[in-house]
Design a protein around this ligand. Sequence first.
Ligand SMILES: NC(=O)c1ccc[n+]([C@@H]2O[C@H](COP(=O)([O-])OP(=O)(O)OC[C@H]3O[C@@H](n4cnc5c(N)ncnc54)[C@H](OP(=O)(O)O)[C@@H]3O)[C@@H](O)[C@H]2O)c1
Length: 298
Amino acid sequence: MAMGKALVVGASGLVGGALMRALRAARIDCVGTYGAHPQSGLVALDITSSDRLRACLERHRPETIFLAAALTHVDYCEDHPGEAFKINLEGPGTLAEAARAIGAQVVYYSTDYVFDGKAGPYDEEAHAAPLSVYGRTKLAAERALQEIVESVLILRTTGAFGWDLNSKNFAMQVYYKVRARERMTIPMDQFGNPTLAEYLAEMSLALAQQGVRGIVNVVGEDLIARSEFARALVRLYGGSSDLVVPVPTESLKQKAARPLFGGLRTEKLERLVGRKAMALDDALKRLAHQWKDCVAST
Ligand SMILES: NC(=O)c1ccc[n+]([C@@H]2O[C@H](COP(=O)([O-])OP(=O)(O)OC[C@H]3O[C@@H](n4cnc5c(N)ncnc54)[C@H](OP(=O)(O)O)[C@@H]3O)[C@@H](O)[C@H]2O)c1
């Protein structure tokens, strides 16, 4: 099914940026929005302003809306639940109503933080029990969106990463630490599937074009500890592996509780797209190319 005009809400973020690149590569007409961080080629949109949201949808009349905007700082959300629910639940709710009014398909991004991390990796049917404010906002939004737009596609992901100078994603944080030869304390007991943002974007397009509805996990194939993932990134950037100091989560005194044995199962995704989820080695090879291209061009 060919995709008509697309709107990427949160295109100034990691996932939204990757979506814009994937849409442009597929020659799909698309408009992207930013919240507080202007980027050239994107339009301003605060999803907590219902008037502006409706006006934006009326003006651009997208056929498909990729909703990647969210307050993603998990510890900040814990301290600011009001703001977190406003951006992560009310905003998506208003957007979904406006989308329904113009008959647009909605693709929403969610997380394995909707689970308590006692029994990961989780499939799409597993019982959700978030431990944090962030996780609660995302689960509440999943449910609200399913009520409002029956055809919503909810893509759950974990540990998204990519080469993106505008982003503070884990791969970029590790890069800056390696460059500064700074040690980093990384949890050894938080498990998830690192997911290349480009891969998430490509799968998003494939699933949206197939008209898939409901919840689908879109993650990389490999389930590993955060500290192991950090080591793999350090190796990729040519740093010394002793820059990574593995520590128990408990010692980090993070504000929000983390689902330790998190991660997501990929059988449904693999069935839908007819191939295995992306292996971490392949994702890291793509990251290395992007990094080297960037260094070569500066
Ligand atoms: N990254 C991960 O590991 C991960 C894992 C699981 C799920 N997810 C989900 O995937 C989605 C995308 O994540 P990401 O990593 O790309 O996040 P991100 O890099 O933090 O980007 C968040 C985006 O949301 C926008 N935004 C924030 N508040 C807004 C507001 N009030 N109005 C309009 N836009 C607003 C930001 O715009 P400005 O920066 O311009 O303000 C930015 O474009 C989120 O829904 C997140 O919950 C991500």
